[in-house]
Design a protein around this ligand. Structure first.
Ligand code: SF4
Length: 496
């Protein structure tokens, strides 16, 4: 069985996907989503643009060859010292790689001669990403692919350079230290080999990335059918620790004596009493099939409510829509938006939106994530916008996800995203396939053919519905505020 760099990439997202891609029944796979197709297209487009810009450098292009022919031809070209090979093929035993570039260097000798080759990938994103508290980290899914090529080349030429590199979306070279990934990469490679060979099986772990995966329907069916712990909000990979101590399914969790798992031989790694209690409550909620609302929340007593949602495209580092539904009183609502029809309109649209923020007093801005705040901050820094306007916005913001849904309720579903929660309270989107990822795909469709106004209309309708979904969630909680009780024993008010 072949192992490819794509397998290492997939492993960083989900080990079960590596297993299913080889051993799963292909009839159970769904089509790639519009967003995944967009990412493929952007990756190819980025490679094309980079290679066009390389017209001063001679390179041999093998992209039209199948992998076996590309490997054979690359071996010949590397033996004769060709400077650059685009989309060449390299292999060692059952490891097969197709790095975007194989670049010849002459500062060290190898088994090939007075030179060696370095694998370089052209990526549609940046390698280094900012983390919390200004810590930077190189993306492991990029690093693992390049490290896989290096492993193959080490076997072919007996040498690889001490640093590794990619070319990012801005056509800049980004460098990382392979040593930092060495241990995690070797573990990943071993596990990928076990999964692909079938010596090891795996299980689904439902998480936020699953919606874009072609095995989603199958995995969700399995999780629901087996009452797997990853069907609970916020469990994810912790399910493996739960299973080790005998909490194999939702029934075990719902019936557990929390004190038995706080310490001693059945201690659940990384979970304290409070987390165990919440998990038990959530398991009861899922088994019962209806939400539990806890008392204690309240809403600002301000007559103007603004439900606010941003659409952005992280692949372009672009914010293209600020959408708002303004409610003066129940039933009196209007949708307002600020739309960048092209990426170069982002600054103008951000400034227009800033003016609206500056004029809006005595309002509460309801959002459903921290994304709006972080995006506004980034735009403020990028365009030098008035910081006092941002500060006032922050004071007026109410995050329905963090400050309401997560804090004061449990739901019979593994994700507490706005789509899932609003659906459970009866809200329906007008679009047949609503998602933030699809909004990005539609925007890119529009950019390809700006005459297709219907793509922009679809985005606006979707964004308005996202805002109205927040209204539905807020109203649901408002209506239940006097009926909510502690979920202990779960006799609470429910939607169903
Ligand atoms: S749906 Fe989720 S759990 Fe299943 S293979 Fe895909 S990423 Fe993994």
């Amino acid at each position: 069985m072949k192992i490819t760099a794509q397998d290492l990439y997939n492993y960083t997202k989900c080990a079960h996907r590596v297993y299913l891609d080889v051993h799963g029944d292909r009839a159970e796979r769904s089509e790639a989503s519009a967003f995944v197709q967009l990412l493929w297209e952007m990756g190819l487009q980025n490679e094309r643009e980079y290679m066009e810009a390389m017209h001063n450098h001679a390179y041999v292009d093998l992209q039209s060859m199948d992998i076996d022919s590309a490997c054979k031809r690359s071996t010949e070209l590397m033996a004769t010292g060709t400077d650059i090979i685009f989309q060449g093929g390299i292999k060692a035993d059952n490891w097969v790689g197709r790095p975007d570039l194989l670049v010849k260097h002459t500062d060290h000798r190898s088994q090939l001669g007075e030179f060696y080759y370095e694998p370089v990938d052209i990526k549609a994103g940046k390698g280094w990403e900012e983390r919390r508290r200004d810590r930077r980290r190189f993306k492991s899914h990029y690093a693992f692919q390049v490290m896989f090529y290096r492993e193959i080349l080490k076997r072919i030429q007996g040498y690889v350079p001490p640093t590794a590199r990619i070319i990012n979306v801005n056509k800049e070279i980004e460098e990382f230290d392979p040593q930092e990934f060495s241990l995690s990469f070797q573990t990943a490679l071993r596990e990928v080999e076990e999964l692909i060979s079938g010596r090891e099986t795996s299980e689904p772990v439902l998480g936020s990335g699953c919606h874009q995966c072609h095995w989603y329907a199958k995995c969700r069916r399995w999780v629901e059918g087996t009452r797997d712990p990853s069907g609970l909000y916020f469990v994810g990979k912790v399910k493996f620790d739960l299973k080790k101590v005998g909490l194999a399914n939702l029934h075990d969790i719902a019936e557990m004596e929390v004190e038995d798992y706080v310490g001693g031989p059945r201690k659940v790694a990384g979970m304290g009493r409070a987390s165990l209690v919440r998990m038990k409550e959530r398991a009861c909620v899922v088994l019962r099939g209806g939400p539990a609302i806890r008392p204690g929340y309240e809403f600002p007593d301000i007559h103007q409510e603004v439900y606010f949602d941003i659409e952005d495209d992280p692949t372009r580092n672009l914010t293209y829509l600020f959408g708002l539904v303004v409610r003066e009183r129940p039933g009196v609502e209007r949708f307002q938006y600020f739309l960048a029809r092209t990426p170069d309109e982002e600054e103008k649209v951000a400034r227009d939106f800033w003016r609206l923020l500056a004029q809006t007093r005595d309002a509460v801005f309801y959002v459903y994530s921290s994304k709006e705040r972080t995006t506004l901050k980034r735009l403020m820094e990028r365009y030098g916008l008035d910081g006092s306007v941002f500060e006032r916005y922050v004071e007026q913001e109410y995050d329905l996800y963090t400050d309401l849904v997560v804090k004061y309720s449990d739901w019979p579903i593994y994700s507490y995203g706005i789509k899932q929660i609003a659906n459970l309270v009866g809200f329906k989107w007008r679009d047949r396939d609503p998602s933030g990822a699809n909004s990005i795909a539609w925007y890119n469709e529009h950019l390809k053919d700006p005459s297709r106004e219907e793509m922009l209309q679809r985005i606006l309708r979707y964004n308005e519905d996202d805002c109205r979904a927040m209204i539905a969630v807020k109203d649901y909680f408002q209506a239940h505020s006097d009926k909510s009780v502690s979920p202990e024993g779960l006799p609470s008010s429910t939607a169903r």
